[in-house]
Write a protein that binds this ligand. Sequence first.
Ligand code: ZN
Length: 249
Amino acid sequence: MTDWSGLQDAEGSAASIPGLLGRLTPDSSELWERLWARLCPQGAVFPASLAALPYLSELAARWAAEERVEPLLLAGAILGADERYHQVFDVRERYSAEISMLRDLTDDTLRTLAASEDTSTYVYLLQALMAFEGVDVWDSHLENLVTEEYEISCPSCAADLFVVLGDRDSFATHQDYAIEDDVITTPLRPADPGELSGAPGTLYQTAVRDERHTVARQLLHMFGTATCSHCETDLPIAERVAAAFGRDS
Ligand SMILES: [Zn+2]
């Protein structure tokens, strides 16, 4: 049994966490908010966050595919967090069975949500899938597909660039396109789907399987190439995102 009173969460002692966990239902949004605030506020994690993983995986396994979004997203956010606790507690090794189950449950829920309108939840679940597979960067920075923008830097001229992955328009620019008119933009060149392997291949093929055409198109652009609008150097976008946000960066 977990000794919760000996563990810390964002607010101090985690002694009341089991009470919270025991009252959760798929629809108890207020309780879920409180749990997020205690276990993973703004991507920070605590010893109690990791101890909650088996409980979250148990809930996810007990609930139907469309009901288990919250436990999957919270568990994914905990595992995707860039925190040293991961090394300290060796969490992936300790909970390997639970994490593998969470991965399969997430894939099942992605498939089930295929027909729904909610693209944001779909992207957050894809990000959780990457967290369960242990894929750095996309385990916590895939969610920019929701806001349709990444900020990267050009290694040649050091310009900061916006890479915009919109539904209709995708481009790169070093100017503030949100407030300025007539900014200089350069088009993105999408990746060839046949050449995507590893995590990029998994993400793209999952979106195609689930008929998420907008997400699939965004992924092809994100795994493609931008041209710096300042110095015209070609930039592999995913590599620049990893350089900006990866754990080794
Ligand atoms: Zn440049």
